[in-house]
Design a binder for this molecule. Structure first.
Ligand SMILES: C[S@@+](CC[C@H](N)C(=O)[O-])C[C@H]1O[C@@H](n2cnc3c(N)ncnc32)[C@H](O)[C@@H]1O
Length: 387
């Protein structure tokens, strides 16, 4: 930090508790903000809701700080008048954040965001919606007043969200760090992918549960289907007949069965392959790090879908799993990676903005037909029939 943070903190600490009429964060919290900011530095852009002592600190920590606040308790006036404010670094967006935030067009990611504006439900949640999209990987999200029950609930939700890691709690202020995990799409659904809902999803829909795959068993991917425990990530909610992949990668996970020879994976699935995507749309299939197949996805447009009727001879997609890849008892990830994706919304079919790849209906694993034991079984059957 180029400025003397301890001197500034001391000076802010000398301001009376009722310096403005809305209540400020404690000296300990200001110190923790300065310390965590130092680890995150440089702070090019930051943002907060509410104004006060934190604004004075951010005006020195950050090169460009946005403040969404109203002047309740003269909290903005006091900040503006203070000689401790580095006014060149601060822009005030005055007005209720419920109104100013949705209208504001952010042009930069931020390294720090603080939520400490209106505290009634659901206002901090609204602010979180705009802020989580802005925070860059490694950046900080600070939430004050987690002792207020509604804010405490938001804290519990974010605590188990893949996007954030809780790194500190000082007094009633929580400090989260943005993880490398992808941003939760802000204009879609996906509640079942969020940590706070995962247990409920698993209980209600029978979501991912480590399963030992049985040979020759057909796993179905519909509501209540036996295949649902295999779905680990990248899938939508199951529908009455099938489940769609959503996004560039979908992963199933399971334990492999005991078997000595090559296996054949067989999948009944339907691609979302509108003509705009061309003929080279494909799905690469990986067992752990080994590519075991590349499936070409050519389908009739799904908006005329009547799956069985449109694909009367739809053959299952298959992949051979060589015996040297299979280690019984180990957990395997079966990944489906899509090279081109689009959504029904993008092609003007509906408002559905999911990036659909394949709709899975069934999956089974059996001995590969080239397996010598199967061949001998085949000739045994043939001989039987000849008799
Ligand atoms: C608890 S104070 C913020 C304290 C500040 N972080 C500090 O450490 O001094 C709450 C702030 O939120 C502002 N506020 C209240 N309702 C608001 C609203 N609807 N929109 C934006 N700001 C609001 C208040 O004017 C005040 O600036």
């Amino acid at each position: 930090m180029t400025f003397n943070s301890s001197e500034l903190l001391e000076q802010i600490g000398e301001l009376p508790e009722d310096w403005h009429g809305c209540g400020s964060v404690s000296h300990k919290v200001l110190q923790a903000i300065a310390d965590h900011a130092q680890e995150t530095a440089p702070i090019y852009h930051s943002v907060e809701t509410g104004a006060g002592k934190t604004t004075l600190l951010f005006s020195q920590l950050s090169q460009s700080h946005l403040v969404f606040a109203v002047d309740a308790g003269m909290s903005i006036t006091r900040v503006r008048e203070s000689p401790l404010l580095n006014g060149q670094h601060v822009t005030f967006l005055e007005g209720p954040s419920q109104r100013t935030l949705p209208r504001y067009e952010f042009t930069h990611k931020v390294q720090i965001a603080l939520i400490d504006g209106p505290h009634g439900y659901p206002f901090p949640d609204i602010e979180y919606y705009y802020f989580y999209q802005l925070i860059e990987t490694g950046g900080l999200l600070l939430i004050d007043d987690i002792n207020i029950p509604t804010i405490g609930r938001m804290f519990e939700i974010i605590k188990v969200d893949d996007m954030f890691d809780l790194i500190d709690i000082v007094d009633n202020t929580a400090f989260f760090k943005r993880s490398v995990n992808p941003m939760f799409p802000p204009e879609e659904d996906g509640w079942w992918l969020q940590g706070f809902n995962r247990e409920h999803y698993n209980r209600t829909f029978g979501g991912f549960r480590l399963t030992k795959l049985a040979l020759r068993k057909t796993y179905e991917f519909k509501v209540g289907g036996s295949g649902l425990p295999l779905l680990k990530s990248g899938f939508s909610l199951p529908e009455s007949q099938l489940v769609w992949t959503n996004g560039p990668k979908a992963v199933m996970a399971f334990e492999m069965p005991q078997f000595k020879n090559d296996l054949e994976l067989s999948v009944t699935a339907y691609p979302f392959a509108p003509p705009t995507l061309g003929d080279d749309q494909s799905c690469e299939v990986y067992l752990n790090d080994n590519r075991i197949a590349t499936w070409r996805l050519i389908g009739l447009p799904v908006w005329r879908r009547q799956f069985r009727k449109l694909w009367p001879n739809n053959k299952p997609f298959t992949a051979i799993i060589h015996e040297n890849l299979v280690r019984p008892g180990e957990i395997f990830q079966l990944s489906f990676k899509f090279n081109k994706l689009t959504s029904p919304k993008q092609v003007g079919h509906s408002g559905d903005s999911r990036l659909l790849g394949l709709a899975f209906e069934r999956l089974s694993l059996g001995p590969a037909s080239s397996d010598p034991r199967m061949k001998s079984m085949g000739s045994f059957l043939k001989n039987m029939l000849r008799r």
